[in-house]
Design a protein around this ligand. Structure first.
Ligand code: SF4
Length: 131
């Protein structure tokens, strides 16, 4: 089964399908910073007109772009953790810490202790290495 799937993914027919798909994307997709992940998404959704009058704009484009921008940072953390032999499950703790860092001022009081400033806790999250 695994060999069959690899064979299909590497077939000339699949390559042609991907190439045809790329060829008919509007220019806005070719200039998009998340094209590497989105690939223009499914062609059945390409029925809008772009701001420059080109046909083939994906009607879910705005949401796909927001989604890929949103997951960019968490994905980088997961890749970094995995490549450095840490547990992927630590990603959520790091992401939460980052959200706190972004939402709290450096000198704001911390929710963990009213008498300590938020900056006291920065860098105090420990992560676990895989054994
Ligand atoms: S996010 Fe929009 S512009 Fe970017 S590749 Fe996807 S469909 Fe195209």
């Amino acid at each position: 089964m695994k060999k069959e799937i690899i064979g299909l993914a590497a077939s000339d027919r699949q390559y042609r399908f991907e190439q045809d798909k790329l060829d008919i994307l509007p220019q806005m997709c070719h200039e998009c910073d998340v094209l590497f992940a989105c690939h223009g998404e499914c062609h059945k959704n390409h029925f809008l007109i772009t701001s420059t009058g080109e046909s083939g704009m994906n009607y879910l484009c705005e949401d796909w772009k927001a989604f890929f921008h949103r997951i960019n940072f968490p994905m980088k953390i997961i890749v970094w953790l995995t490549c450095n032999r840490y547990l992927g499950s630590d990603a959520m703790r790091i992401i939460k810490l980052n959200e706190n860092l972004l939402s709290n001022g450096h000198n704001d009081s911390c929710h963990r202790s009213n008498d300590r400033k938020f900056k006291f806790w920065q860098g105090h999250g420990k992560i676990n290495r895989k054994r």
